[in-house]
Design a protein around this ligand. Structure first.
Ligand SMILES: [Zn+2]
Length: 61
C-alpha cells in the first residue's frame, strides 16, 4: 500500500507492526507508515481490488 502523506510504498504487515504499541492492544484498524508515522485506515478489500487492477494497467503501458 502507499502512504498518502509521504508516498512511501510499504507492506500492510509492516504498517501493522508499527502500531503494536498503541493503547488499543495492537489491534486497532490503522496501518502506520514506517517512514513518517502517518496512520492510515485499513483499506476495504474492494478498494484494494480496484487498485490492483489499476496497477496491472500501468504495467501494460
Ligand atoms: Zn508516510
Amino acid at each position: 500500500m502507499k502512504c498518502p502523506l509521504c508516498g512511501l510504498e510499504f507492506r500492510e504487515q509492516d504498517g501493522l507492526e508499527g502500531c503494536k504499541g498503541c493503547a488499543l492492544s495492537g489491534t486497532c484498524s490503522l496501518i502506520k507508515c514506517p517512514n513518517c508515522g502517518y496512520e492510515v485506515p485499513k483499506e476495504p478489500g474492494l478498494i484494494k481490488f480496484i487498485r490492483s487492477l489499476k496497477r496491472q494497467k500501468e504495467i501494460k503501458k
